[in-house]
Each structure stands twice: as C-alpha cells, then as structure tokens.
Design a binder for this molecule. Structure first.
Ligand SMILES: [Zn+2]
Length: 175
C-alpha cells in the first residue's frame, strides 16, 4: 500500500480515552479508548494495556455508554469461550470425572452453579486471573460429587486447591 495514503488514513481515525473504570481481563486492568471509523459494526482490539473499541462514525456525537458496555460484554464472552473450555479440560483430567454438559451464561451475584450434573459459568469470571478461573471451575466440579457446602465438599476442594480460602474471599469480595 502507498505509505502516504496509509498515514493519512491512520491520522483520520479519531480516538478518545474513556472516562471510565479500567476494564479487567485475566487479572490485568486495561484502559479503554474509543475510535470512530468507517465501519458498519463495532470492533474490539487489545493493544498492550489498552482496549480499543472502534465504533461506526455515525456514533461520534452520541452518548455511547450502552454500546460500549455491550462491546465489553461481547469481549468477555469471547475470552470466556476459550478460557472456560481450557479450565474445564484441565479440571476433567485432574479429577477424572466431568459434568454432562456446561454452559457459559451471564448471572448476577454468582460466578458458577451446578444443577442436574450441568455446570454453568459466568463469563465475567475472565476478569480474574487464570488461577481464579480454574478455582471457579474446580468448585463447580466438586458440586458434582457434593451438592452442598458440607465439610466433605470442602475436603474434596482442598485436595485439589489447598489455598481455596483465598480464592473464595477474593470472589466474594467482588460480588
Ligand atoms: Zn458452591
């Protein structure tokens, strides 16, 4: 591509840093920047410590909070698909049993649940680092053996994660 043309094209993209809380991804806080481009649907890119959300030019003048929240949710969902699949596989191998099925679904005030041998994980768990994601999955796997938080349940949890108390309080604090 012609270099001059390319530079002009880059220059014409306006970015602005958002006045909002940092967005955590896998335990790291990212800044959020918005770019307006000649595109039809929103795009999300991650670059070093910055998440760049590109919106179609027509949104330049509006208050885009709802659209940005949606873009960030979509990003969490995409990361969750990969991360939760990874944690499920790791835990299955470690424990030697598995749920019949699992689902990634947004829930309020809970990161995971286990009902009828099916595990559900909240995609927002990818705000935390991998060890914490792994703990949330392990906790739900243990519910396949013990439904309640009885001592036998925590005995099983402790066998695979002796430091479970730290994860429990970290997750509880964030709700
Ligand atoms: Zn539980």
């Amino acid at each position: 591509m012609n270099m001059v043309k390319k530079m002009i094209k880059v220059k014409s993209v306006e970015t602005s840093t958002l006045e909002r809380h940092p967005v955590p991804v896998l335990g790291i806080d990212y800044r959020v920047k918005i770019a307006y481009k000649n595109i039809k649907v929103a795009e999300v890119d991650v670059e070093k410590a910055t998440i760049i959300i590109s919106l179609p030019n027509k949104y330049k003048k509006g208050n885009n909070k709802a659209i940005l929240d949606l873009a960030i949710d979509k990003m969490y969902e995409q990361i969750a698909k990969v991360e939760i699949e990874r944690a499920m596989e790791k835990t299955r191998i470690m424990l030697g049993f598995a749920p019949e099925d699992y689902e990634i679904k947004k829930m309020t005030r809970v990161f995971g649940k286990c009902e009828n041998r099916k595990i559900t994980i909240n995609p927002e768990v990818v705000k935390f680092d991998r060890d914490t994601i792994d703990y949330v999955v392990l906790h739900q796997y243990c519910h396949l053996k013990y439904k309640t938080h009885a001592p036998s349940f925590f005995k099983l949890v402790r066998k695979y994660e002796p430091d479970y108390g730290t994860y429990e309080s970290k997750l509880l604090e964030s709700l």
